[in-house]
Design a protein around this ligand. Structure first.
Ligand SMILES: *Cc1c(COP(=O)(O)O)cnc(C)c1O
Length: 366
């Protein structure tokens, strides 16, 4: 493939030597689990984000599950979220015994339509999980207002939006907890699995720290049912190196957005990402809406030209077998057949963006 949907090739070239040294340092230290690198990463990332607690865990999915439990969400509770997301968002809700209640999205940002939340709130509603999808913040102020009006917890799914801002504040630091993923393709990615919980709430922090190590505050003094969900030291050491690059690389993604807007901005048939003025979009994915021809046909056309693209996500969560709900979510249902994510990575060149744009124009016969 000439232009893949995502690649770490350039970043590896830039960082490989430094990262190899860090890995060697961890190996020589003999401290592979938790240990000084995890602690240092947690301190550095909480400082970067401006949040009181940062708790490294095994994955973004575990961050969601542990945050929900730490916030007291469980059996019989309802949690309002979006169906236009990766399965893990809803899966975490179901894992703790609660029920996801799906709300439709905005057509232009693909994020939760906050004006539709209140009508879904019942006696059983205990939390809202906004997903900052593709790198853009959901509209947090009205969500926090509803949460205080109805006494709900807000758990932010920040898996796709490390470094994204909502009104000058880091996403993931506004609700009761923020859940990040360091899966290698995320905009802050490790070289393996990893995740993070952020919170300003001391109680949630303490409970989350217990849950990640078998429900114990002190080793072998296990108090509650927990998990083995630690961030490992090698991943933490790699993340410390990459954290120092995140601003520059998120800017790189924004630069790629400006190239796409330059070459495809005026084209009928493809709607490029909309950026709300309250957010700083970090373009974890470059998701467009195809309004002419056929999305799958365009994807095949690009593939024939050696250009990769992805569909995030072809089936809305509520239609997957675990839920199989026949509910009226017009934008969610419609956009699942129309979205196409174009190649994006921090070091993608203008020339490559131009090539993608030319291939798209060719499909539309411009
Ligand atoms: C990737 C992702 C997750 C899960 O993160 P993992 O680290 O893969 O467990 C959760 N929610 C969203 C929106 C994601 O994109």
């Amino acid at each position: 493939m000439r232009i893949p949907p995502f690649t770490t090739e350039v970043e590896t070239k830039i960082l490989k030597e430094e990262i190899m040294q860090e890995i060697e340092r961890v190996i020589d230290s003999g401290k592979f689990i938790m240990g000084p690198d995890v602690k240092a990463f947690e301190e550095e990332v909480s400082e970067y984000l401006g949040v009181k607690h940062a708790i490294g865990v095994n994955s973004g999915t575990d961050a969601l599950v542990i945050s929900l439990l730490a916030a007291g969400i469980g059996e019989g509770d309802e949690v309002i979220t979006t169906s236009f997301t990766f399965f893990a968002t809803a899966e975490a809700i179901s894992q703790v015994g609660a029920t996801p209640v799906f709300v439709d999205i905005e057509e232009d940002t693909y994020n939760l339509n906050v004006s539709l939340i209140e009508e879904k709130i019942t006696q059983k509603t205990k939390a809202i999980i906004p997903v900052h999808l593709y790198g853009q913040a959901a509209d947090m102020d009205p969500i926090m207002d509803l949460a205080s009006k109805y006494n709900l917890k807000v758990i932010e799914d920040v898996a796709q939006a490390f470094g994204s801002l909502y009104k000058e504040r880091q996403v993931g630091t506004i609700g009761d907890a923020g859940c990040y993923s360091f899966f290698p393709t995320k905009n802050l990615g490790a070289y393996g699995d990893g995740g993070l919980i952020t919170t300003n709430d001391d109680e949630i922090a303490e409970k989350a720290k217990m849950l990640r190590v078998h429900g114990a505050k002190k080793k072998y003094h296990n108090e509650i049912l927990g998990f083995n969900s630690r961030l490992d030291s090698i991943q933490a050491a790699i993340l410390r190196v990459k954290l120092r690059k995140i601003d520059e690389w998120n800017e790189g993604r924004r630069r790629v957005d400006s190239y796409y807007k330059k070459y495809l901005g005026d084209i009928d048939g493809i709607i490029l990402p909309t950026e709300r003025n309250f957010t700083k979009h970090v373009h974890h994915q470059y998701t467009t809406t195809i309004t002419k021809g056929n999305r799958d046909e365009l994807q095949n056309h690009l593939k024939e030209k050696g250009i990769g693209s992805m569909v995030y996500y072809p089936i809305p969560v509520h239609k997957l077998p675990l839920y199989d709900l026949d509910i009226d979510l017009p934008n969610t249902n419609k956009l699942a057949d129309m979205v196409l994510s174009l190649p994006i990575y921090p070091h993608m060149s203008e020339e490559d963006v131009k090539e993608v744009a030319e291939a798209i124009k060719e499909y539309f016969r411009y």
